[in-house]
Design a protein around this ligand. Sequence first.
Ligand code: HEM
Ligand SMILES: *[C@@H]1O[C@H](CO)[C@@H](O)[C@H](O)[C@H]1NC(C)=O
Ligand SMILES: *[C@@H]1O[C@H](CO)[C@@H](O)[C@H](O)[C@H]1NC(C)=O
Ligand SMILES: *[C@@H]1O[C@H](CO)[C@@H](O)[C@H](O)[C@H]1NC(C)=O
Length: 267
Amino acid sequence: MQLKISPSFLVSSILLAAKTNAYTAPKGHEFIAPKPTDQRSPCPGLNTLANHGYLPRNGMNFTVTQIMDAAVAGFNLNWDAILLAAKFGLLSGNDAGTFETMSLGPLALHNLVEHDASISRNDFGPDGTGDNVHFNETTFATLANANPGKDYYDAVAAGEVQRDRLAHSIATNPSVVNTAKEFKLRSRESAMYLSIFGDPLTGIAPKKFVQIFFREERLPFAEGWTKPKTFITADTLSPISHIIQNASEWTETTSCEPLILGPGVVL
Ligand code: HEM
Ligand SMILES: *[C@@H]1O[C@H](CO)[C@@H](O)[C@H](O)[C@H]1NC(C)=O
Ligand SMILES: *[C@@H]1O[C@H](CO)[C@@H](O)[C@H](O)[C@H]1NC(C)=O
Ligand SMILES: *[C@@H]1O[C@H](CO)[C@@H](O)[C@H](O)[C@H]1NC(C)=O
């Protein structure tokens, strides 16, 4: 009897095999959790790059160019997706001696890049007690439980998470800041986690990879993730971001926001 194996069966077997593969991080870029003396930021992307040694593991004194090189090496992500945030980052502190570097801790400066209605951190809060830096599982529950019944996130689900997180901030935070700037940052951030941990062309990302990224700030090589083969650029992020923005049903609730130009410099 002749055994018939269809080409599509072969393809799906190969995909299945790839999915269950475990990989290891490149040499020198293994995950090492930060020491108490190391700095980390509200950004899971930069923290992950530091935890894998693509940025200084102590989280201190790195340049815009170092961020750009780290983003390519760690995420296959082009500079044009993050240059604006990286340049803003220079305003967050005054690293003595060079004035050309930044460090992770000061990036928590509220309303510079750090914003309300995050998906994994709390709002800074009206009285300054809200922890806007560290991952919070309660806050993350919105994304953790999104797209029920599926094992992946997509752009529509990511947009709905943004919608729900903003509604929560508006309901609970009298100082919430929600202008076009925050909306654009938040939508870009969502498009990046979908692209890096999923397919940059469809924005479909396995939940497992996304959750490990947020919860552990670790690249999930051991669970079968590899760096995307598609180079992620502003152009590949744009269509995903548009779907996210539409699904988030966003409206501006703050017409003007404080202009943050440096630590203690607020106009
Ligand atoms: C390298 C690629 C990057 C990736 C993948 C990335 C990813 C993300 C994601 C997914 C968030 C949302 C966190 C949340 O809402 O809970 C975020 C927030 C943030 N990112 Fe990044 N980011 C990158 C680059 C940068 C750069 C260059 C800067 C500035 C130097 C930056 C500063 C921030 C800050 C301050 C936040 C906190 C915003 C907030 O949630 O309040 N990020 N990032
Ligand atoms: C490095 O960063 C730390 C923390 O932000 C800062 O205190 C220190 O002055 C910086 N050092 C240099 C040489 O810039
Ligand atoms: C996490 O956030 C929730 C809700 O805002 C808060 O009640 C809780 O204390 C936070 N947990 C930690 C460990 O900070
Ligand atoms: C935009 O979002 C609305 C509400 O979620 C949805 O009904 C509509 O199909 C979306 N349109 C596009 C073009 O994605």
